[in-house]
Write a protein that binds this ligand. Structure first.
Ligand code: HEM
Length: 504
């Protein structure tokens, strides 16, 4: 046994040296940061799902108040947390061509080619086509349908509220989010309010609790594409592939008339390939083949974004309105006045006049951005503005929206719910990158306007009928569960829906 001991010690030392060999990377560049540990770098709590990655970034952001950037290690890979808004602007907008991708990839056969995770080539090819499904003109056509879906949602919430005297609101909003995006993008009626219909829960389980392969990618970037693996279970890929196949079988629609996401996808499928040349880079003409897997990836990301973000946003908004009844009064008064002006008819035009509603949308997104980090990968060596730091190609840069939104330099009294921060004058005075809920620049959220519409319609319908109030079960504050992808509350948000007739 003693003969083996030196071998064992040599082996452990070799492993130690191997896993710590990059740990002087940031020091050599004079970038401060927390001490990494072998094998996990700075992400051990995230790896064991003890802390949400968004919470980890915020903790580190607060620890380095005087730094523009903080150096971290994903296992051995240097990663940079940005704390300076001019650098944020450089990365997301001004120097976009140096940071075109997010650097998070997985199997293209299993949803990995979706616009969010796709590389810049796919993004440039597809984005302009898919944007057509989410333009304001499209929304006018969608308005009645979305209002109708919100009515169905309210009936459901009314039933739950009558039965229990209070409602755990997030699961209900998940149904509304899923229902409205499925109908708007694909013309599919999920029937989420039917008893025994578990489709929303089944999809939620598969999408929001990713496999442990997520951590594998965190520690060994690039391993998922190398081994053709996905962070989502195969049943999720199959489901979205079926949507594309069904679209093809139904021979979906006249493009000009409907122009939903599925119609555009079917048109692209008929074309077989699209021009994805990046002329600004002087590239030769280059064509991108359209496959069912690629389209399934787009269907998936619209569903993910449309139900996941929206349900959280609506839940957080009602929570803050219940906690701040004086703000709720202002909003209800605005809704009532605009409705009166339009003779009680709820329309796209009337919605556009509800300015305070939009401020509530923004302020909720500020306090509770759902995205843990806006991420970019350096495509070449780049010097960061206002510093002498040159970051090499393939370094991942992370931006924490939550941290900027809760930094009193940009938002005084950051923990307070104050929709007035988003009046036109106040917005004009802030740095253009201080609000990062939808990211920024050419790869910012493609569905932000649709998200606003989905939110506004549901809120107006809700507040025309009910006030929301806290109950003894409403949480005092909200913390985040480390196990879900988006920043999701640990606590159940119980609220009471009080019929507004009682106030008249
Ligand atoms: C409240 C709702 C939503 C929030 C908070 C949200 C947030 C975000 C964020 C932070 C990004 C990354 C931006 C960046 O890296 O600069 C993003 C990207 C994206 N979002 Fe959203 N999103 C929402 C709703 C939607 C909806 C409804 C859709 C479509 C139906 C959508 C589709 C997308 C797509 C396709 C991308 C990737 C864009 C690209 O890389 O070119 N999102 N979203």
């Amino acid at each position: 046994m003693f003969i083996y001991l030196p071998t064992l010690i040599t082996f452990v030392c070799a492993l130690y040296l191997y896993f710590t060999r990059t740990f002087d990377f940031w020091k050599k560049r004079n970038v401060k940061g927390p001490c990494p540990i072998p094998l996990f770098g700075n992400y051990i709590d995230v790896f064991f799902r003890r802390k949400h990655i968004g919470v980890l970034y915020h903790d580190i952001y607060k620890q380095y108040p005087d730094e523009k950037v903080v150096g971290l290690y994903r296992m051995m890979s240097p990663t940079l947390l940005i704390r300076d808004l001019d650098i944020v602007k450089q990365v997301l907008q001004k120097d976009f061509e140096s940071f075109p991708d997010r650097g998070v990839y997985y199997s293209k056969q299993k949803l990995g080619d979706n616009l969010f995770h796709a590389d810049v080539e796919v993004m440039k090819g597809l984005r302009k086509h898919m944007t057509a499904a989410f333009t304001p003109n499209k929304f006018k056509a969608n308005f009645d349908m979305l209002a109708n879906r919100a009515e169905q949602f309210l009936e459901y919430m009314g039933r739950v509220s009558d039965e229990n005297g209070e409602v755990n609101i997030l699961p209900g909003f998940r149904k509304y989010g899923a229902d409205s995006i499925m109908m708007a993008a694909f013309g599919i009626d999920l029937k989420p309010y039917d008893e025994n219909n578990l489709i929303c829960d089944v999809l939620d389980e598969g999408i929001q609790y990713p496999r442990y392969l997520l951590e594998l990618e965190l520690l060994f970037p690039g391993s998922l594409t190398r081994f053709d693996l996905s962070i989502f279970p195969d049943r999720i890929s199959r489901y979205f592939k079926q949507i594309i196949e069904a679209g093809a079988t139904l021979g979906v629609t006249d493009k000009t008339e409907r122009n939903r996401a599925i119609d555009i996808m079917m048109e692209l499928k008929r074309q077989g390939s699209i021009n994805a040349s990046r002329k600004e880079n002087g590239e030769k003409e280059h064509w991108l083949e359209i496959t069912d897997e690629m389209l399934a990836g787009q269907a998936f990301i619209f569903y993910f974004a449309g139900y996941g973000n929206n349900s959280l946003l609506l839940s957080y908004a009602l929570y803050y309105l219940a906690k701040n009844p004086e703000k709720q009064d202002i909003l209800i008064q605005e809704i009532d006045e605009v409705m009166l002006k339009y003779d009680g008819k709820f329309s796209y035009e009337s919605l556009k006049e509800m300015k305070y509603l939009e401020m509530v949308f923004e302020e909720t997104l500020r306090l509770r951005p759902m995205t843990n980090a806006v991420v970019r990968n350096a495509a070449r060596d780049v010097q960061l503005e206002g510093t002498d730091i040159v970051i090499p190609k393939n370094t991942i840069l992370a931006i924490s929206p939550y941290s900027f939104h809760h930094d009193e330099k940009y938002f005084p009294e950051p923990e307070k719910f104050k929709p007035e921060r988003f009046s036109t004058e106040n917005v004009r005075e802030r740095h253009p990158c201080a609000m990062l809920s939808f990211g920024h620049g050419p790869r910012s959220c493609l569905g932000s306007k649709f998200a606003l519409l989905q939110f506004n319609i549901c809120m107006v319908k809700m507040l025309l009928k009910y006030r929301v109030e806290c109950t003894k079960n409403t949480p005092e504050s909200i913390t985040y569960t480390p196990t879900r992808l988006l920043l999701t509350p640990n606590e159940r948000i119980y609220l009471r829906l009080v019929n507004r007739d009682k106030y008249k």
